[in-house]
Design a protein around this ligand. Structure first.
Ligand code: SAH
Ligand code: SF4
Length: 362
C-alpha cells in the first residue's frame, strides 16, 4: 500500500507503520508531517504548552553507556542545587505563566534524596497554591516512593524505556541488576498504579537500532496506554563508552533528526490525544528542531529554567543547546518563532495529557 492510502486509513497495522517509518523521499515525508499536524490540530489545537525544566542534580548512581553524567565519568563536576535555588526557579516558572514544570536529575534512591524531592514538591505546591503541574524525571524508584511523591504534589512522571528491544537495551547499559530492562518495565506499571500521567520514550538512531525496532517502540507506547512521550535523537558524548565506540559510525545528524521527526509524526497519528514533547536533543542537532517537531505533531516544549551556571554541568550529550541563554531571553525568542509557524503558547494552564482523562473515564 502506498503512503497516501495508509495515511487515509483509520487503523494502522504494524506493516503500515513500518512503511511510514521507511519513507525515504521529501514528498511522502511532507504528507506524513501534514497528516500528523492535522491530527494535532484536531485533538490539541494550534497550541503548545511549556514545562519549565529544572535539571537540579547531575549526581547519578547509574552508568548508562550513552550518558554524559554516568557514574564513572570523572570529567564532570557534580552539583546538587539547593532547595532555595530550586524554589527560585519554580517561582520564575510560575510567575512567567508556565502552567507546568519538570524536575529532572540523575538517579539516586537513598532516603535523603527521596525526602528532599518530597519536601521540594510540597514546598512548590504550597508556594504556588497548587498552581503548577509537576513532572518528575528522576529515574527508577520503588512503588512506595512514586506514591509518596505523587501525594506530595507530582502529577506526571517521565521514565523512558530507552528502547523496547531488550537486546539493544542490554548493549547500551551495563549488564547488572541496576540496569535491568524488566525493572524499567515494572517502573512504568508502578507509575500508572500510583496515579501518574505516565510518560516514556526512546532514543532514536541508536547504533544497531532498526526501523522495525522503532515501530515496535510506537506499538509499545500504545499497548501500554502511555499518556506522554518524550523522545529524541541519540547524541554522542565523548566521555562515554558509546561516544568513543561509535564516533563517526552512526546515522548522520540530519538522518537522526529526520527519524526523530518521523517518530513524533507517527506517534501523533497512531495515538492522537497524547502529549508529545519536541525535546532539547532535537534542538541539539538542529537549531529549528523544536519548531519542526511541533509541525510534525508535538505539543510540548521544555524550555530550560535551570541556572546557567549549572546547565554546563548537566550535559547528557555533546553540544547541548542553550547553555548560556538566560531563561528570559529563551522564552521570548521561542515564542516568536512559534508564532511564526502559527502556534500559540498557552500560559496559565497545565496542559495535562487529554489521554490521561479519557483513559480514566473508560
Ligand atoms: N536519570 C533519569 C533522568 C535523566 S536522563 C533517567 O535516566 O531516567 C533523561 C534521559 O536523557 C534519558 O532517559 C535518556 O533517554 C536521555 N539521554 C541520556 N543520554 C543521552 C544521549 N547521549 N543522547 C540523547 N539522549 C540521552
Ligand atoms: Fe543516570 Fe539517567 Fe544518565 Fe542513566 S540516563 S546515567 S540514569 S542520568
Amino acid at each position: 500500500m502506498n503512503v497516501k492510502d495508509i495515511l487515509n486509513k483509520e487503523e494502522l497495522t504494524k506493516e503500515d507503520l513500518l512503511t511510514l517509518m521507511k519513507i525515504d523521499n521529501k514528498e511522502e515525508l511532507q504528507l506524513l508531517f501534514d497528516k500528523a499536524y492535522e491530527t494535532k490540530l484536531k485533538y490539541i489545537g494550534n497550541n503548545v504548552y511549556y514545562r519549565g525544566l529544572v535539571e537540579f542534580s547531575n549526581i547519578c548512581i547509574k552508568n548508562c553507556k550513552y550518558c554524559g553524567i554516568r557514574r564513572e565519568n570523572k570529567n564532570v563536576e557534580r552539583f546538587f542545587m539547593t532547595k532555595e535555588d530550586i524554589l527560585k526557579s519554580a517561582e520564575w516558572i510560575y510567575e512567567n505563566g508556565y502552567g507546568s514544570m519538570a524536575l529532572q536529575s540523575g538517579e539516586r534512591t537513598d532516603k535523603e534524596f527521596i525526602d528532599f524531592v518530597e519536601e521540594i514538591l510540597k514546598d512548590i505546591q504550597k508556594m504556588t497554591d497548587n498552581g503548577l503541574g509537576i513532572t518528575l524525571s528522576v529515574g527508577e524508584q520503588t512503588y512506595e516512593t512514586y506514591k509518596k511523591w505523587r501525594e506530595a504534589g507530582a502529577s506526571r512522571y517521565l521514565l523512558r524505556i530507552e528502547t523496547t528491544n531488550k537486546n539493544l537495551f542490554e548493549t547500551i547499559h551495563p549488564k547488572d541488576e541496576l540496569h535491568s530492562f524488566e525493572k524499567r518495565l515494572q517502573g512504568l506499571k508502578d507509575l500508572k498504579k500510583a496515579g501518574y500521567q505516565v510518560g516514556t520514550g526512546v532514543m532514536i538512531g541508536l547504533p544497531g537500532q532498526t526501523e522495525e525496532d522503532l515501530v515496535n517502540d510506537v506499538i509499545f507506547f500504545k499497548e501500554n496506554d502511555i499518556d506522554m512521550i518524550g523522545m529524541g535523537p541519540y547524541i554522542l558524548h565523548n566521555d562515554t563508552p558509546m561516544g568513543q565506540e561509535f564516533k563517526g559510525k552512526i546515522l548522520s545528524e540530519e538522518k537522526r533528526v529526520e527519524l526523530g521527526l518521523k517518530m513524533i509524526a507517527i506517534c501523533r497519528i497512531y495515538m492522537k490525544d497524547i502529549n508529545i514533547a519536541a525535546t532539547t536533543a532535537l534542538q541539539g542537532l538542529d537549531p529549528m528542531g523544536r519548531e519542526k517537531g511541533v509541525l510534525a505533531g508535538a505539543n510540548i516544549i521544555m524550555p530550560s529554567a535551570t541556572k546557567t551556571s549549572e546547565r554546563v554541568k548537566y550535559q547528557l550529550y555533546n553540544g547541548k543547546p542553550g547553555i548560556n541563554d538566560d531563561a528570559e531571553k529563551g522564552k521570548t525568542s521561542l515564542e516568536k518563532s512559534l508564532k511564526e509557524i502559527g502556534e500559540n503558547v498557552i500560559y496559565g494552564k497545565r496542559g495535562d495529557s487529554p489521554h490521561f482523562f479519557s483513559r480514566n473515564k473508560k
